[in-house]
Design a protein around this ligand. Structure first.
Ligand code: ZN
Length: 106
């Protein structure tokens, strides 16, 4: 981790990448379709999803550990920022409304 995008991504959800940075490439792949599909295939070697993913990281020159580390860092950031904003809720707007129309004339 050495570029500005990686430093920003280390502390919060961040969506910019440097094309010549390994950390950024790992982060980009960890958010990509190939990694998602391989994870869904439960990492079983020999499935098309895992084969495609392994081919991708080999082409880019990354290891699975690097991608996994980037994915875990992202996941930690996302849950941390979700916990950090409890004030954004729009509760209590969905209450009421049902009793008025049911009032029978006396
Ligand atoms: Zn980077």
């Amino acid at each position: 981790m050495s570029c500005p995008e990686c430093i920003a991504a280390a502390s919060r959800p961040h969506h910019a990448f440097m094309s010549n940075c390994r950390g950024c490439q790992a982060r980009a792949i960890s958010r990509g379709h190939e990694f998602f599909a391989a994870r869904k295939a439960a990492g079983r070697a020999g499935t098309p999803e895992v084969t495609a993913y392994l081919a991708l990281i080999e082409r880019v020159g990354l290891t699975h550990d690097e991608v996994r580390a980037a994915w875990k860092a992202d996941a930690a950031n996302q849950s941390a920022s979700a916990d950090a904003s409890p004030g954004d809720r729009h509760g209590s707007e969905v209450e009421g409304n049902s009793s008025e129309s049911e009032r029978a004339p006396a």
